[in-house]
Design a binder for this molecule. Structure first.
Ligand code: 48H
Length: 286
């Protein structure tokens, strides 16, 4: 709260009210409309104030997820829907990971009967192509899965990378994060730390968080992903969705990278079911 002065001037029938002080705003009244003269600094202030509030809320959460690809978005959605406080850190400006490009940039993905409900819950139009194969538009999938996660209360911070983990009593207790721009420019800027009751590595093929834990603690062995076998890859990605080391779960392609299972190409049912399974395991523990 501060001291504000209201100045009111009438010019050609319009009343211009100008508030000076902490809460500066200029209002212009004409006969039927009320609009404000935009103050450039207020735009900056509003952005920074909202960001600060939301970032403070993300510092100590139930679940922190690295990566906003399909598995991370789906895990976030189910956790958020059950009332958990969830944050996702995504390195890129855009969410969706490897889903946008469908198969070889044809923007279509394939899913199986067992997983299509996850897309349908998001309002994605899934087409039955016969023989047990269903297709969906990859751009529609990313947009709607992201919207669903946000509607479930998940906070997504884009352009932020997980560069390390917080370890307490030999358990992963959170993420160490930095701006992706800092990482890309290789600037020497120390990161910030967030605490989470449970963490999920949903960073895709690279299994980045697990590799960090492997390198720094020796508590975990990343076996590395195997070559293409869609049937085996889809089965194992769900089986491999589990706690990789205390406090850290793996979902999506990262799960197959950690436990040495095959890739599966542009069939995404396993990614969706993996995200759902990670959420269900953690929900039981919270
Ligand atoms: C913050 C990070 C970091 C980091 C990476 O690759 P993704 O789409 O991952 P999944 O597992 O949800 O889905 C995999 C699928 O897209 C795929 O690649 C398939 C099915 N491949 C099969 C095949 O045969 O090739 O998303 C991971 C996300 C990306 O958006 C990254 O930018 C992000 O994680 N990310 N975010 N901090 N350290 N590392």
């Amino acid at each position: 709260m501060g001291l504000n002065f209201l100045i009111s001037i009438k010019i050609h029938g319009c009343v211009i009210k100008y508030i000076m002080g902490n809460e500066r705003q200029t209002f212009k009244h004409s006969k039927n409309n009320l609009f404000f003269v935009i103050d450039d600094i207020m735009i900056s202030r509003k952005i920074f104030e909202r960001f600060s509030r939301e970032f403070l809320d993300a510092l100590d959460v139930d679940v922190a997820i690295a990566g906003a690809g399909p598995s991370g978005l789906v895990a976030g959605k189910y956790l958020g829907k059950s009332g958990k406080n969830v944050v996702i850190f995504e390195r890129k400006l855009s969410v969706g990971g490897g889903m946008w490009g469908g198969g070889m940039n044809f923007p279509v993905i394939v899913v199986q009967e067992k997983s299509k409900h996850i897309l349908e819950e998001a309002g994605v139009r899934v087409k039955d192509e016969g023989d047990g194969y269903f297709t969906a538009d990859s751009v529609e999938c990313v947009s709607k899965l992201c919207a669903l996660a946000i509607d479930a209360g998940v906070k997504i911070f884009n352009s932020m990378s997980v560069e390390d983990v917080l370890i307490k009593n030999k358990r992963v207790n959170g993420f160490v994060i930095n701006w992706s721009a800092v990482e890309i420019a290789k600037l020497h800027v120390d990161p910030l730390t967030v605490r989470a009751k449970y963490c999920i590595d949903a960073t895709g093929h690279a299994a980045e968080v697990c590799r960090i834990v492997e390198r720094k603690t020796g508590e975990l062995k990343v076996k590395g992903e195997k070559s293409m076998d869609a049937a085996d890859g889809e089965k194992t990605v769900v089986e491999n969705t589990k706690e990789a080391c205390p406090g850290l779960y793996v979902a999506g392609m990262a799960a197959n990278a950690v436990f040495g299972s095959p890739r599966m190409g542009p069939i995404f049912g396993g990614m969706l079911l993996s995200g759902k399974k990670a959420a269900e395991i953690i929900m039981k523990k919270l």
